[in-house]
Design a protein around this ligand. Structure first.
Ligand code: DSN
Length: 416
């Protein structure tokens, strides 16, 4: 019996149940993944016991002999992997990372310009319900209504009209590659700093399956737990000239002590992401997303932008006569987990929108290839064609579990 099982059987039981859920279901939430056992070991290590406000070589507490080395290794690995001049590995997650960038360069009321939340942007890119939209004058750009794609001429016009101090590129639900040279040109034309939030596709950048924003952006933020396959954390990568402003904004501007166990796990994930195996992983993520997209398009699904270049796709279910929420709940009952999502120009409310979002990073980590993605597409089609059919959902859930048993998930191999 483990110590946790003895001391807190309720939490032990819930964690065990979650382990089984992650092993037995097909996880298509585009922002999720499976970390390796090594990343999990670092996350659950004694480093959680240590305070270390400050940065390597300049701390406010003693006893940093090993913590400084851990953080320095994480920073060096991130610099090497992404070719960045300066890296801060302390932000607790993506939202604080973006806020730290705003704190470094903006005063309250300054203008920022980012992708509108209902069009695939992130809350912290200026959504009115977020601090980024309350404390700053947040302007947004939208997707083209005909193509579902970014229209760079329109973004340029908007940027020249509102003259943001920061232009933000990046998304949570856009299935196409971003044109970083074009964003750079627009930022230069309006005198803005260019911030790229690569949280969703950082793993693809690391593995060479997506262009890198590093040569073009002044500052890049990323979470570490999505396609990058690390622990729940974040990093800020920037040009050397912004290093002091960024570091000061993270600490003491926004945060106290960094989570050293997370920093160590980020270092481990970055080492894993610098291997040839990770390059193959990144390229397989895109192949898998494209195989799933093709299967769904063949069956009449309306994919925003008509397909995908990355790990995710957004589907407008209006032509199927099913709402995103009904579809997501029916699919969950069938063992296929994803999230309902607004689509561009959605006429429905965000809590009950018209679409669903799917991603391939987690299933690719467990070894799924195109063949399994085609099968998943067929199951999704069957469930959405008859979302009230609970018998069908139960049959598919059993088949899903059977399929998953042949692909043990990283970190959960012992469950088989
Ligand atoms: N909530 C994340 C996502 O699902 O995309 C973004 O932070």
């Amino acid at each position: 019996m483990s110590d946790l099982q003895q001391r807190d059987p309720e939490i032990f039981h819930l964690i065990s149940q979650e382990e089984k859920r992650q092993q037995n279901k097909i996880r298509l939430i585009a922002s999720e993944n499976y970390v390796s056992t090594a990343v999990m070991e670092a996350t659950g290590s004694v480093l959680t016991n240590k305070y270390s406000e400050g940065y390597p070589g300049k701390r406010y507490y003693e006893g940093q002999q090993y913590i400084d080395q851990v953080e320095s290794l994480a920073i060096q690995r991130a610099k090497d992997l992404f070719g960045a001049e300066h890296v801060n590995v302390q932000p607790y997650s993506g939202s604080p990372a973006n806020l730290a960038v705003y704190l470094a360069f903006l005063a309250p009321g300054d203008t920022i310009l980012g992708m509108a939340l209902p069009h695939g942007g992130h809350l912290t890119h200026g959504a009115k319900v977020s601090i980024s939209g309350k404390y700053f004058n947040a302007e947004s750009y939208s997707l083209d209504q005909q193509t579902g794609r970014l229209n760079y001429d329109t973004i340029r016009d908007k940027a020249l009209a509102c003259r943001p101090k920061i232009l933000i590129a990046g998304h949570s639900a856009y299935s196409r590659v971003l044109d970083f040279p074009r964003f750079r040109e627009i930022a230069d034309a309006c005198g803005a700093l260019l911030l790229v939030d690569m949280a969703h596709f950082a793993g693809l950048v690391a593995g060479g399956a997506h262009p890198s924003p590093i040569p073009y952006a002044d500052v890049v933020t990323t979470t570490t737990h999505k396609s990058l396959r690390g622990p729940r954390g974040a990093m800020i990568l920037c040009k050397q000239e912004y290093a002091a402003a960024i570091d000061k904004a993270v600490f003491p501007g926004l945060q106290g002590g960094p989570h050293n166990n997370t920093t160590a796990a980020i270092a481990v994930a970055l080492k894993e992401a610098s291997t040839d195996a990770f390059k193959q992983y990144a390229s397989q993520i895109v192949k898998n997303a494209q195989a799933l997209a093709a299967t769904l398009i063949e069956r009449g699904f309306d994919l925003v932008t008509g397909g995908t270049d990355n790990h995710l796709m957004l589907i407008d279910l209006t032509n199927k006569g099913v709402t995103g929420k009904i579809a997501a709940k029916a699919l969950d009952a069938a063992g296929i987990v994803l999230n309902y999502n607004a689509v561009p120009y959605d006429t429905r409310k965000p809590f009950d929108p018209s679409g669903i979002r799917l991603g391939s990073a987690a299933v690719t980590s467990r070894g799924f290839k195109e063949e399994q993605m085609v099968q998943i597409g067929k199951w999704i089609d069957a469930v959405i064609a008859d979302p009230a059919n609970t018998a069908l959902q139960a049959d598919i859930a059993a088949a899903v579990q059977q399929l998953c048993s042949g692909f043990p998930a990283p970190g959960l191999e012992y469950l088989g």
